[in-house]
Design a protein around this ligand. Structure first.
Ligand code: SF4
Length: 220
């Protein structure tokens, strides 16, 4: 089980703007900086306070979403369903307006990504997922009150399972699955991407059911 600590030095939880550890992603980031100098174009930091009880782990920033705006799930379709659901279950307050200065606050909730830099075609390579896991591991370790982790999609699930030192066979991914991991419970959901919702793989009701369970468990 992952050891819990009460603090996480920023350098361990958050990569620097020019993190060089994944050369392919660093080159892609640099191209985006040249092409779109007004965009964020850097590892996207976690959103929400470190003393949250809930951590949501996504895959990676979307090119025109979090990579553009600098806030996880902000500015592309996936954020519409995620933030609407967080507002519904009391994990956020305010109004989501798809921009980082919309004043939206997370309540007892934090959002991060398994891979902090935007990957080409939304597809990080296994080595990149493994390399960036150090930041996910430290993010988890630095959240002293953390109880619930929601993994959005299989890649986020697999990386979180490794970060928690769980055995993959004992925690298979499945929408709605719940895995106990010592102090934590890991909840799985299909990713709230446009593709998954357009194809009916994930309906808003299926997504709400995950957060409804998290909320009920945290209230116990
Ligand atoms: S994906 Fe993570 S480890 Fe790789 S360059 Fe970006 S911040 Fe660094």
């Amino acid at each position: 089980m992952t050891a819990k600590s009460s603090a996480c030095p920023a350098a361990l939880c958050e990569p620097g703007r020019d993190c060089p550890l994944c050369p392919r992603l660093a080159a892609f980031r640099e191209e985006a900086r040249q092409r779109e100098p007004g965009w964020f174009n850097a590892p996207v930091p976690s959103f929400g306070d470190a003393d949250a009880r809930l951590l949501i782990v996504g895959l990676a920033p979307g090119l025109q979403g979090a990579n553009r705006t600098g806030r996880p799930f902000t500015g592309d379709y996936a954020g519409d369903l995620l933030y609407a659901t967080l507002l519904e279950y009391g994990f956020a307050a305010g109004q989501y307006q798809a921009r980082p200065d919309d004043g939206l606050k997370l309540l007892g909730c934090r959002i991060s990504n398994a891979v902090r830099c935007v990957p080409p075609q939304n597809k990080p390579l296994p080595l990149e997922i493994n390399t960036c896991r150090q930041f996910l591991t430290q993010t988890i370790a630095g959240m002293a009150k953390l109880r619930a982790i929601v993994a959005l999609g299989r890649i986020a699930h697999d990386s979180t399972v490794k970060a928690l030192n769980l055995r993959a066979k004992e925690a298979p991914f499945g929408h709605g699955a719940v895995h106990d991991a010592g102090h934590y419970r890991l909840y799985d959901s299909y990713h709230c991407s446009r593709y998954n919702t357009n194809t009916g793989v994930l309906t808003p009701a299926m997504f709400r059911a995950v957060f409804s369970k998290v909320r009920a468990d945290l209230e116990r």
